[in-house]
Design a binder for this molecule. Structure first.
Ligand SMILES: CC(C)(COP(=O)(O)OP(=O)(O)OC[C@H]1O[C@@H](n2cnc3c(N)ncnc32)[C@H](O[C@H]2O[C@H](COP(=O)(O)OP(=O)(O)OP(=O)(O)O)[C@@H](O)[C@H]2O)[C@@H]1O)[C@@H](O)C(=O)NCCC(=O)NCCS
Ligand SMILES: Nc1ncnc2[nH]cnc12
Length: 292
């Protein structure tokens, strides 16, 4: 042991999971070029968001993710008490997000998805395969939080009613199919094809966009916007993905149309962050946590 290692604070499971969740949010925000979304180039279809705000929001959520993981570790099983504790921490996280961003909704969907997944990972830290973690998160999301405010007027709730689609809640309750069935397999395929990490992540985002009923897009651009998002994402992947010239041309066309429609796939962006989180998680616990 030397002087540096001697003063290193001990890493807890909650610290590690919160680090992974925040890293995933920052990596998602930085990834470029994303159609309609905030990235390193600019604000996409948004007027009230920018990259600095996305980073500040992500960092502000670290204590919430840690608290959700610790609650799960202490509780040790999926039950109503854990669901309601995680719900309370999630709502407090939303308040903190809005305080830090001056009232702008940067990461509501991400708090939901990554909060559930952090808790699910902490429940069984030796079973971190993506499908297993997603299934535990789904079981938690299926429990009814009696303290949740009955709003029905969120953007998501409004368009789910109007168009008869499933939103963020159902995506979690179904075990994150957009992540498990679309994004993670695409990420692996694009990496294996030598696309390079940034292109592979963009391809994973597009794979989510091919099928997701993104309620942000529906709220801002209606069914025409959602249809364009899905068909445009399919076209990029069919043309060879983001590492190919034809794929990049399709991506540029998709971006042009999304900006024209003011359509921002914020839900898909959150699920890309969930994908990056699960992707890192599957490598297992770091050595410092080996004794858990
Ligand atoms: C269950 C909740 C997730 C609430 O869901 P609901 O659908 O009722 O509410 P919304 O406020 O619409 O939030 C859902 C957010 O989820 C993202 N999302 C959208 N579609 C999907 C999808 N199909 N699958 C998964 N995720 C999806 C999306 O988040 C991103 O978009 C946000 C910006 O959205 P919006 O405010 O509409 O933005 P703008 O259009 O820009 O608004 P204007 O500028 O026009 O005004 C951005 O934040 C991204 O994150 C949806 O917004 C859950 O939130 C909940 O119940 N929470 C309570 C606490 C709790 O129980 N927590 C438990 C564990 S943490
Ligand atoms: N990069 C991004 N741009 C806009 N909204 C988002 N919600 C989550 N990530 C986002």
């Amino acid at each position: 042991m030397n002087a540096l290692t001697a003063i290193q604070p001990k890493l807890s499971l909650g610290d590690w999971l919160a680090d992974l969740a925040v890293d995933a949010l920052i990596d998602e925000a930085d990834l470029s070029p994303k159609p309609g979304l905030v990235d390193r180039r600019g604000s996409g279809a948004h007027t009230d968001l920018h990259l600095g705000l996305m980073h500040a929001s992500a960092l502000a959520l670290w204590p919430s993710f840690k608290a959700m993981a610790e609650a799960a570790q202490q509780c040790g099983e999926i039950d109503l008490h854990l669901r309601e504790t995680v719900g309370l921490i999630g709502r407090e996280g939303e308040v903190e997000m809005l305080r830090v961003t001056g009232g702008v909704n940067t990461h509501r969907g991400a708090i939901w998805a990554l909060g559930l997944l952090s808790a699910a990972a902490a429940l069984e830290p030796r079973e971190l395969a993506p499908a297993q973690v997603a299934l535990r998160a789904a079981r938690l999301a299926l429990l009814d939080d009696r303290a949740a405010p009955v709003t029905g007027d969120s953007h998501g709730a409004q368009v789910c009613r109007l168009y008869g689609v499933h939103g963020a809640r159902e995506e979690a309750q179904l075990g994150f199919p957009a992540v498990i069935q679309q994004a993670l397999p695409q990420l692996a395929r694009s990496r294996a094809a030598g696309a390079g990490e940034q292109n592979a992540r963009l391809d994973a985002l597009l794979a989510i966009m091919t099928q997701l009923a993104d309620t942000c897009v529906l709220y801002r651009a209606g069914m025409a916007g959602l249809t364009r998002m899905q068909s445009g994402a399919r076209a990029v992947l069919a043309a060879g993905g983001c590492a190919s010239l034809d794929g990049r041309r399709c991506l540029r066309e998709l971006e042009r149309d999304m900006l024209h429609l003011r359509a921002s796939p914020g839900g898909a962006a959150d699920l890309l962050a969930a994908t990056l989180f699960l992707d890192r998680l599957q490598h297992g616990l770091p050595a410092q946590l080996g004794s858990l």
